[in-house]
Design a protein around this ligand. Structure first.
Ligand SMILES: [Zn+2]
Length: 99
């Protein structure tokens, strides 16, 4: 029950996005997304026909902000929609690809 409450109250906030890898021809992109709380995630996108998040995983540099584990967990999966919204609204694609 407590974990559920923590999960519901956590909200990722994107601080910076950098491109880690890309295949422009196929529209495949890998970004490293840094959150304001220091969490870093590896995020995969498919560009065509429009930007779509296909996979997200937390880099295990810091404990998970949701479950506090310092090994692999699936918590970030539940924030896929939030990541997609911020990536789009805050135009992180343009910023990351301009570098
Ligand atoms: Zn977790």
């Amino acid at each position: 029950m407590i974990i559920r409450v923590m999960t519901m109250s956590y909200r990722p906030s994107i601080d910076n996005v950098t491109k880690a890898a890309s295949n422009d021809k196929d529209g495949l992109y890998e970004f490293i997304v840094k959150l304001v709380d220091g969490t870093e995630c590896r995020v995969f996108y498919h560009r065509f026909p429009e930007w779509r998040l296909t996979n997200i995983s937390r880099l295990q540099k810091t404990p998970c902000p949701v479950c506090r584990k310092d090994f692999i967990c699936k918590c970030m999966d539940s924030f896929t929609g939030e990541f997609e919204r911020q990536m789009s609204d805050e135009q992180w694609f343009d910023k990351a690809l301009a570098e």
